[in-house]
Design a protein around this ligand. Structure first.
Ligand SMILES: *[C@@H]1O[C@H](CO)[C@@H](O)[C@H](O)[C@H]1NC(C)=O
Length: 479
């Protein structure tokens, strides 16, 4: 890859102005009702592409999972790269009541994770606050007809009237997609589950709640191993909670978790298991893995305020595809860390620094506790590589950062620009002084419209952005 070509490409990618070779984001699709008053149950709570990007799953506060499938481009509309259409919809979780604790358990889907496809069926994990479920999604386009003991409607036939033996035959029928729960992983979390992550061995996965992380085998539902426990003996001494956790993409013994104090801990299960086994000379199953590496940026005393700790809480942590870096999102910024450097991030990107002067009102309206997620893009064509980061903000704005040129852009998911192929205009927030045309002032941002969940297609420049009850799909536009 030639560096000059590379930065030229990134330049056009982020600004959309360059000779006759425009590269911009344009609207592709929007899902969900246009209604002004949105039902709570319809609010999208997670978005996740499968490993090749052909399937896109969303979960909502009503406990439903909707899967969209990418349909190949049609000849009449060659400019579009095909659309995502509903493939399957099912109720994953129902509201429950914990009678012992007198607590309602919401049906809201906190996370969805796909498993790599191994046969014709697809598998995914979905979780609410307490229970993780493994779903199988399979297609059926044939059905058996001509049973001996049942008629075609499934009613039992009178055995005395059966005079001849029939051989049932498979008949073609309309394609049906069925979702069935294959495993239910329950009763292992006392606190709210915030993360699930499938391990690179494809046999195990971890689930994290506020104070503990458990390791599961995908086949075993009645047992999990507690691998992290930060619950103090006396709950009054509690100063920190786990906010997110993820398995390393290639090393199945390594995982990471972030905390409300802005700390990221990288753990190596192998190292811990070996040392403990040597010490005690026995096989230990329930091992607490002490962090192997702790990543933390020293606080700048000059910017210390009442809100410092709240805004340094990490709401998401993600490994890069190579596993060399990880990215964390806190309230005002996104940071990229090199696994070989613990004391400071290698890159810091400001997401909406203009909110620093608004922290007091954001605290009063609880927005300061919003959990924004972040995602990587490591897209490449034959000659071009692109390393970018995406995360959300308020007013239905979302941000992209180019790691090579350090350029950034603010885009908006809105109904106004939702015409086919409409190009997204970069948005700008004015921070004091004179507001230019096309700029929006900090005071007129709508804090009820927030983009917490976004996903980047793993192989193509297609992004999915959840804005309240709407799912927007955007794609790049090459003229
Ligand atoms: C993602 O879904 C598509 C569409 O069904 C499938 O062909 C593909 O194998 C899936 N990818 C992976 C890696 O699971």
């Amino acid at each position: 890859v030639m560096p000059a070509l590379f930065s030229f490409y990134c330049f056009v990618f982020f600004t959309g102005v360059a000779g006759g070779n425009d590269f911009q984001w344009c609207f592709s699709q929007v899902k969900g009702a246009i209604d002004e008053d949105v039902a709570e149950a319809d609010i999208i709570s997670t978005v996740e592409f499968n490993y090749s990007g052909e399937l896109l799953a969303t979960g909502d506060k009503g406990g439903r999972v909707v899967i969209f499938q990418h349909e190949q481009e049609s000849k009449n509309r060659p400019h579009l790269r095909g659309e995502y259409n509903v493939y399957s919809t099912f109720q994953s979780h129902e509201p429950e009541f914990d009678y012992l604790k007198s607590l309602e358990i919401e049906e809201k889907i906190n996370k969805i994770r796909w498993l790599p496809q191994q046969n014709a069926a697809h598998f995914l994990l979905s979780t609410n606050d307490k229970t993780i479920k493994l779903w199988k999604i399979s297609e059926r386009d044939k059905r058996a007809e001509g049973y001996n003991l049942k008629d075609e409607d499934g009613r039992l036939r009178d055995p005395f009237r059966i005079t001849s033996l029939r051989v049932p035959v498979l008949m073609p029928m309309d394609l049906m997609v069925e979702a069935s729960p294959r495993r239910i992983f329950a009763n292992a979390h006392t606190y709210h589950i915030n993360s699930i992550s499938v391990n690179s061995d494809h046999e195990t996965y971890l689930s994290a709640d506020d104070l503990r992380i458990n390791l599961w085998h995908l086949e075993i539902t009645d047992r999990s191993f507690n691998i992290v426990d930060i619950k103090p003996a006396n709950m009054e001494e509690l100063t920190e909670v786990i906010t997110a956790a993820e398995c390393h993409p290639h090393q199945c013994n390594v995982f990471v978790y972030s905390s409300s104090k802005g700390t990221i801990r990288l753990c190596d299960m192998r190292a811990a298991a070996l040392s403990k086994c040597k010490e005690k000379n026995i096989f230990i199953i329930n091992i607490y893995y002490p962090p192997h590496q702790v990543f933390e940026e020293p606080e700048d005393p000059s910017s210390r305020s009442f809100f410092s700790e709240i805004i340094s809480s990490i709401s998401d942590v993600k490994f890069s595809h190579s596993g060399r870096y990880m990215m964390t999102r806190d309230y005002l910024s996104v940071k990229v860390w090199d696994l070989n450097m613990e004391n400071r991030p290698v890159e810091t990107y400001q997401v909406h620094e203009y909110l620093r002067s608004k922290l007091c009102s954001l605290y009063e309206n609880d927005c300061i506790f919003d959990k924004f997620e972040c995602c990587w893009n490591e897209w490449h064509s034959q000659v071009l590589y692109l390393f970018a980061i995406m995360t959300g903000s308020y007013n239905n704005f979302f941000r992209m950062f180019d790691r090579n040129t350090r350029r950034d852009i603010t885009l908006e998911a809105s109904r106004e620009s939702s015409k086919p192929r409409a190009t997204l205009k970069p948005r700008k927030v004015s921070t004091g002084g004179k507001r230019k045309k096309d700029e929006i002032s900090v005071d007129s941002l709508d804090f009820n419209k927030k983009i917490l969940h976004t996903a980047w297609h793993p192989k193509d420049n297609v992004i999915a952005v959840a804005a309240t009850n709407n799912l927007y799909i955007f794609q790049d536009k090459i003229n």
